[in-house]
Structures are given as structure tokens and as C-alpha cells.
Design a protein around this ligand. Sequence first.
Ligand code: BGC
Length: 721
Amino acid sequence: MNNKQLVSLMDQMTLDEKIGQLMQLATPFYKGSANQGQITGPMVGMGINDDVVRNSGSVLGASGANEVISIQQAHISENRLGIPLLVMSDIVHGYKTIFPVPLAIGCSWDLELAEKSAEIAAKEAAVSGVHVTFAPMVDLVRDPRWGRVMESTGEDSYLNSQFAKAQVRGFQGSDLTNDYDRVASCVKHFAAYGAPEGGRDYNTVNMSERELRDSYLPAYKAALDAGSEMVMTAFNTVDGIPATGNKQLMRDLLRDEWNFDGVIISDWGAVKELIPHGVAENEKEAALKALTAGVDIEMMTACYVKNLKELVDNGDIEEELLNESVLRILQLKQKLGLFDNPYRGANEQLEKDIVMSEAHRQVSRELASKSAVLLKNDDVLPLQKEQKVALIGPFADNNDILGPWSWLGSKDEAITMNEGLKMKVNASNFTVSKGCDIETSDDRQLTEALQVAKDADVVVLALGEDSEMSGEAGSLTDIRLPQVQLDLIRKVKELDKPMVSVLFNGRPLDLHGVMEHSNAVLEAWYPGTEGGAAIADLIFGDANPSGKLTMSFPYSVGQVPVYYNNFNTGRPKGAPDAQERYVSQYLDSPNEPLFPFGYGLSYTTFTYNNARLSAAEMTADRPITMKVSVKNTGNTAGEETVQLYIRDLVGEVVRPLKELKGFVKIHLQPEEEKEVTFTISEEELRYHHANLEFSSDPGKFIAYIGSNSRDVQAIPFELLK
Ligand code: BGC
């Protein structure tokens, strides 16, 4: 169908049918057969009848070729004009083959693998009948108390933008209309959902428009530039107005300024939440505000279907405005080929063949291995296969390692650490004991674990948070490991054995009680389906850790938010040990995080030599290059992520101490040296001025190059007019 035909299809629709296209309902609504206007099952809670279901435009959470085909078949036969449903689902870090959580994927700094993982997720989802994924989530995050930091790639807007693009490319491919094995992407949560006050989910977001534009918006924009077909609104307010009723965000910015012509969907229930937010008195006003502000599809509340007709009849909403939303939805259906084939990629046989295939699992294993971050290593890792290992802790044989937002992933298929070790070393060489549960323990567990530890050469402690402790509505004020696990570490340490802690969790933690007792610490995150295998590869040296943090690990929760690209203040603290009073500092803690952005160790060492700029001055027409030679000075092949940061020394508004402007991953054999080149152009030096103009200021800058945001070499340069 061409656009004209879509318009003529829309012209045949009644007002109710048009409004129906704007309704998204979850799968259970489609499971009953049509019963002539009755209100039954889940419809009762929402107060809608099955006419609404019959007219609805999209379904949330359907999966599996069989289920999708039967829902679609029934829908087409019951919908008067036979308009197919869009099938949307949260395929966030894998469909059934689960990849590490996005925060971990960020730590890989590996855009190619991230794209590959999104492509695999899309392929598995597409053959299972899904048309649109609610991903990528690109909210910038600086507060580890917020449980959803695990869904983001981290605290930096440049890095997040690169991952946003990679993921959209992976999900959508280059020809969504013809590639039935890809899915459309819906970037979320627009906007700034990652900055809730106090890290409490759904809480207020307050920031200047300048900060919003400088730090928070670029990743959404990057996803749209990469072609993301949809945008999901956020639950939070932005400058006092809920994002889901926010005209400035949707009509002014997304539509008018960015020219986004795809579909905007609310987050789950967010239209009706305009009432408790306190900007709408009732569902009718919520519907009026959301549609006027720009929300096309209302997810899982019924303000639109119950009120839009009256609002149009009364003249409060122009039918033309409604038509625009309907047409956008029909256009997306058209783009996905649904008018030609409403089942699109759904194919039971292919589903059996490719979902959780060995090839997909291998990519997951590789990504898990590249996502883990080695935080400390006092020469205990890698372990020797002959060493007698005690594997202790609540994650020693725990398959809760897929992480939140992996709803179709099967824990039963996940490889635990115990299973990973079994694949690698002789069973007689290691013993497993739990020691404690995630948050509770009993004496018997502890006694057994200590006995096992006593008999071993080295202890590997597998610790962490269960997956319910992060994710949506998983905010915490205390981000240390649960006390029983800290007790376990302390008790085991008393045996004076070399001790390696492996952490499975969804947020940066306060590692007091872990660092001081462990000889090595490996942050494994929630590593996904192949987690245990990947971690075994790393701890026995069959893979070399290369992950680097993309979110700072605070020294303690009291510092939060703590992130690398902060301001200097008017009273910067001098040397860390300087005895000063009236400077910007804590009396009881360092200012710096425990581990900075970009940090991560390897089993080998890299030296940075001959860092240099091609010239000390540049202009808008004459960019400069930064070069550095990086050498592997250890005995093991390894991967290093070379990072370029820039500081603008004097701006019209205060500029961050450092901003990531580029990174390159290189693989080096022992003794091998490679030269890395970055181009610094005027574009990289732009920022939003007080009047929101995006431009650069001539003047002095510093380029920093190094292996993390702290350990860098600095070279000054100047931007001339
Ligand atoms: C989450 C979204 C998700 C949606 C649909 C909401 O609760 O905030 O990220 O896409 O549910 O499952």
C-alpha cells in the first residue's frame, strides 16, 4: 500500500476504529474469543469491552510464532477492515539467548559485538513473531541507587550515543521492509528517565534545558539518527511536566526540531499517571493532554478509548490531530510489510532452528567475557587448572544470572559458575559450597563452606544481588552487598587463603567489605545465558579481561551521584592528601570514586608512548590529530580500549573536567605495539551555550589520552578563530 492507499484506508475507518489504533493492550486481552460487547477477564480491570480489543492497533508482549500467528489470525478476522496488529515486546538484551545486561555490554566498549547481539536478539524475536522491540534504553545514568542503571550503557553521553546507534542498526538492519528477520526499534525513555532524584524510580527529574541538551538528549537523538522507528515516553517529570504530557519534549523537540515522524508510545500506564502526577483531573483530561502533547499510542490504560471520541465530538481535539497519529501507526504497519504479510517473520520451524542456537550462545559467551571488568588483581588471577579451588557463595551454582528484562530467557538454560568450572577443570579439583543465601544464612551453610575453603588452594567467592534487587522499581539506598555476604567474605578471609571475588549484580556497588579482603575482584554483572562459561574462561586465563567501567563505582553511597565529567567548582580540592578546609570536599571521604569511568584491568600491561598532537593549534577548517603508540608489555595477548578526553578550559558556561570524545579498541600480542590516531575537529568542541546555541569557543583546551578517565596524559592545544 502506498501512502494514498493508507489515507483511503483511514478514511474508511469510523472514529472508534481510528481511536482503537491508538490503543495498546497486553497479550491476555487477546486470549478470549469475541463475545459481543461483553466485559470479561482482564477487560474488567480496565473497564473496556471486546469492541476495544477488536479495534486495537497493537499488542504488547506476545511471543512465539504459534501464539502470535493465532492472535493475529483471530484479530484480522474480527477487525472490520482486517487491519493487522503490531506486535511489540521488550527484547532488551536478548530474546531467549540472553546477553549480558546493557550496562555490562557498555563495559565491553565493543560496538560491533553490541550490534551483533542486537541483531541476534532481533532475529530470534522476528521468527517468534515480534515486530517492534522496546529497546534500546539509552537513559544516561549517574546514580547507582536507581535499579534501572543496568538497562543503560552508562554515564557518558558520547559512549551511550555510540551504543544507541549500534543497537538500532543491529535491531533494524538496513531494510526493515524486506528483512523479515529484523524488528523495528523503539528508543526509550524520552526523556531523562535516568536522572530521578535520590535514585528512586519514577521520581522527579529536575535539570536545566542546557544540561538536558548537553548530556541527556544526545543518545536519544543518536538512536533516531540511526533510524529508530519509535520513541517511548518516560514516567518522570521534566521541569515539572510529566514526559508523557510534555508538549515541549514531543511536539516542539521531537517533531518540530528533530523532524521525527515515527510513532510515539507512552510507557506502561503513563497516560493515566498524569492524574496522580497532578496535571490532569481525570482520564478525559489525561487523554486530552497526552494526545495534544504528542503521544500516539497509549500503552495499557484506556484514557484514549474511553474519551477521545467525546473530545473530538466536542471540538477539544481536532480530528486531524488524531488522524496524524493513526496514519503514523498505519505507516509503520506498512513499513513492516504487515499489509502484505501480517505474520511477517513468524515461523515456527525457523524458531526451532535458530532460537538459542549454538552460534547465538557463542556470541553471548564472547560478549559476557568482554563485559566483565577486572577491578583488582594481586597476582592471583588467572588461576592454574591444577589449583584446588573452593567455589563458595550464593552465586556459586545460581542460575539467576540473566538479569532483569530478560523475560523470555530461561534460567534453566543459563550456565552457572559451577557448570562453567566443570567445563574447564577436573571435577576433583574444585568443590562447591553456598556459604549463605543472597540475604540470609544459617550456621550449617557457613560451617560447610569454611571446611571446603580450608581444603583448597584458592577460594573463589561468587557473590551478588539477586535479579529482583535491580531493574524497574529496584531502587536501593544501601548499595553494599547484603550483610550475610560481607560476613561470609570476612569469615573466609580469616583462613588466609588467596581469595577471588566474582560479582553478579546490576549496578555499581559500594565495595567496602569486598575490596580489602579480596586478592582479586572481577565484576561479572549479570552476564546472561553463557555467564558461567564466560567467567570460567576469564578466571582460568582462556580469555583475558578487557571490560572497562562505563559507570563510576562510588567510594560510598554518600558520594552519589559521582561521575567523571563533573565540574571543577570555584573551590576545587587540591592534592588528595592536602589539609584544607574551605574547599569542595567531604570530610569523611575522598571526592573521587573508588573506580573511575573507563577503568578496568587486564592480565597483561599496556604502556602509552609518544602521545602527540599534529599541531598545537587548530581552526574549524583545520582539524588536528592525536596519536599515541600503545604497547603490550606483558606476557599475554590482550585487548585495550584507548580513550580520548577533552577539556575546554574556559567556556561561556562551565565546562566539564573531561569529556570522552573518542575510543579505539586494539588487540595486541605480547611485545606488539600499535599506533592509534584520533581526529579532533571543531565539531567535537561544541556545547550548548546559555542561549542554547550549540557552538564552540575559540581558546585553550586539553586533550587527554589514556586507559581510563583518571590515568591519562595531557597535551594542551588551542582553537583559533
Ligand atoms: C517499562 C518499559 C517497558 C514497558 C513495557 C514499563 O514498565 O518502564 O521500559 O518497555 O513497561 O513492558
